[in-house]
Write a protein that binds this ligand. Structure first.
Ligand code: FES
Ligand SMILES: [Fe+2]
Length: 386
């Protein structure tokens, strides 16, 4: 077993009140994470996933999804190398026949040693799984720390008539660079040339700094924990000037109210962003940065809309496919993905957390790091993908 510390202890000792965040290189344990869309896992289907540096098997049995560690207790091999499912709710190890029940992880048989004393006395680790709004969520954590899903998603996501559509893809950066890229008020600069401009008219300054009162911490005991940033209370910058000459300007339309394409963003534990009125009015973007291991995250991008009638749902689905998926989730967020992957090398050895030089609007990022350190329910300690 590799005993190298996951995070450089010298760096951890230098960051003060957001130490927990720096330690959470693999994410915060004991939270719910979306891992796939429900429609991606049909009845009886098996799927291998990575989550916070662990490898899991997902299976849907009689409609319900179960998650189990993908490692045989006998000699440690991945069951997924050659899945042998002789019955619908068991999986048998391809090597010597250890057989496990998906619902409980129990070793219910060893096909080649049916009298073994181990039978019914050992268990593979299982994790709770649930489905909401067309997404499969897994609680990566310990049973005595189990909380409601509602405490791990942004307000509004679970609202009754909200329809959620989206996509996911793997991004080659640590999950925190995803979370910070989304919430970072100043990164609006990267979006000044966004392709989304061709599909709707909006105002987008090249920068904006939160004024006092813009940032609000949400830390109520029984709800999700997050930081909200209200763009109405920001001071925008429209023109970039070098030596007295305007060299770049943000798109600005006299017909459009407001100073930004969105009205505000908020970031919530365990790493999910809510962008209000985006990609256009009446829609809300919810996106997760799900840690896969130390240097990759699953970017789960979704857009929600209140759809009280079936006709509204059809219209939203069409609009999503025709416009918002290609031009917002792919086009606009393509800028973000590129930025995260280019940022990764600076933070990969942890020294980026102390070598960076943040400026005034980055106060929002620091607020998130501190909040996450206060309320993360546990630090995932090691990569275990053997
Ligand atoms: S390694 Fe799985 S049964 Fe032997
Ligand atoms: Fe962005």
């Amino acid at each position: 077993m590799n005993e190298e510390p996951l995070v450089n202890p010298e760096v951890v000792s230098m960051v003060g009140d957001w130490k927990g965040y720096v330690e959470a290189k693999l994410g915060f344990r004991n939270h719910w994470y979306p891992v796939r869309f429900s429609k991606e896992l049909g009845e009886g289907q098996l799927e291998v996933i990575e989550l916070l540096g662990e490898r899991l098997l997902l299976k849907r049995i009689e409609g319900k999804v179960y998650a189990m560690r993908d490692r045989c207790l006998h000699r440690g091999v991945p069951l997924s190398k050659k899945p042998d499912c002789y019955t619908k709710d068991t999986i048998t190890c391809w090597y010597h026949g250890y057989t496990y029940r998906f619902q409980t992880g129990e070793l219910v048989n060893i096909l080649a040693v049916p009298e073994s004393k181990l039978i019914n006395r050992r268990k593979i680790v299982t994790y709770p799984a649930t489905e909401a709004k067309g997404l499969i969520f897994v609680f990566l954590g310990d049973a005595d720390e189990l909380h409601d899903l509602a405490k791990d998603v942004p307000p509004g996501f679970l609202d009754d008539d909200v329809m959620i559509l989206g996509k996911h893809r793997v991004v080659n950066s640590n999950w925190r660079l995803g979370a910070e890229n989304g919430f970072d008020a100043l990164h609006i600069f990267i979006h000044k040339d966004t392709t989304l401009r061709h599909f709707r008219t909006f105002n987008f300054p090249i920068g904006h700094t939160p004024l006092p009162g813009a940032v609000q911490l949400i830390e109520e005991e029984d709800g999700p924990k997050g930081v909200m940033d209200d763009f109405a209370q920001h001071k925008p910058v429209w023109d970039g000037v070098i030596d007295g000459e305007i060299v770049v300007s943000g798109p600005r339309s006299a017909q459009v109210q407001g100073t930004s394409a969105s009205v505000g963003t908020s970031i919530w534990l365990p790493g999910v962003l809510k962008v209000d009125s985006f990609p256009t009015g009446g829609l809300t973007q919810f996106e997760w940065y799900v840690p896969l291991d130390a240097d990759r995250h699953l970017y789960v991008q979704t857009i929600g809309k209140h759809c009280p009638t079936p006709a509204d749902e059809v219209n939203f689905a069409n609009e999503f496919e025709a416009t918002w998926k290609p031009h917002a989730l792919d086009g606009f967020n393509g800028d973000d993905i590129w930025a995260r992957e280019v940022t990764e090398p600076f933070y990969a050895d942890d020294y980026g957390w102390v070598d960076e030089m943040l400026c005034e609007p980055d106060e929002t990022i620091l607020a998130w790091r501190r909040l996450a350190s206060r309320h993360g329910r546990g630090i995932q300690q090691k990569i275990d993908l053997r």
